[in-house]
Design a protein around this ligand. Structure first.
Ligand code: FES
Length: 192
């Protein structure tokens, strides 16, 4: 049998219309203990949040250091190894092309002979959504069939369709009969 005088002890008796029995006022010691536990839980949650923040900001700081150290490849002139595109430039007819990969085997590019003495080279990854761009000598343009994108072969600038940025240029060097890719060119901003 419980003692109704003890704080927190349920009072025996008929149920009220709502179906719940009344209880005596809670034991202040129990209330204090619960408040202390809630405060501890909140503290733990706050610590976890701060830990996540610490991990995130640490990752960002590491990323900045990596960028500053040049860990990510940047498209800068002379930043990559040279590649002989052709040993015999005269074998490429005016209007002709030579496909190659540069600066890595996964970067398709094209060398185009625009004139007797004028060779240009560009990445053939479309600057819209990365489809492969084609050289169309009859129209004297680089064309992307995915969304009807057009580029000027003189400077790689977009001339029609959705692309907004020029094709990255590859810097060429003539070494005797050879044509050599010696770096990735500046990304020329297209001026409307
Ligand atoms: S991917 Fe080239 S125009 Fe869209």
């Amino acid at each position: 049998m419980s003692d109704p005088t003890t704080p927190g002890t349920p009072v025996e008796g008929p149920r009220p219309p709502g179906g719940r029995r009344r209880t005596n006022p809670p034991d202040p010691a129990l209330v204090d203990e619960r408040i202390a536990r809630l405060a501890t839980d909140a503290l733990v949650t706050r610590r976890g949040y701060l830990r996540i923040l610490g991990v995130l900001s640490g990752g960002l700081a590491l990323g900045n250091v990596a960028v500053a150290a040049g860990a990510f490849r940047r498209r800068t002139e002379g930043a990559t190894e040279d590649l002989v595109i052709t040993e015999d430039a005269s074998a490429v007819p005016v209007g002709g092309e030579v496909r190659f990969n540069y600066p890595t085997d996964n970067d398709p590019a094209v060398l185009i002979r625009l004139d007797e003495d004028l060779f240009v080279a560009y990445s053939t990854v479309c600057t819209h959504l990365a489809c492969e761009v084609l050289w169309v000598p009859d129209d004297r343009e680089l064309f992307c069939p995915c969304h009807d994108g057009h580029f000027d072969p003189d400077d790689g600038a977009p001339t029609g369709g959705p692309p907004q940025r020029p094709l990255p240029e590859i810097v060429l060097e003539r070494q005797g009969d050879r044509i050599v890719a010696v770096g990735e060119g500046r990304i020329l901003e297209h001026e409307d």
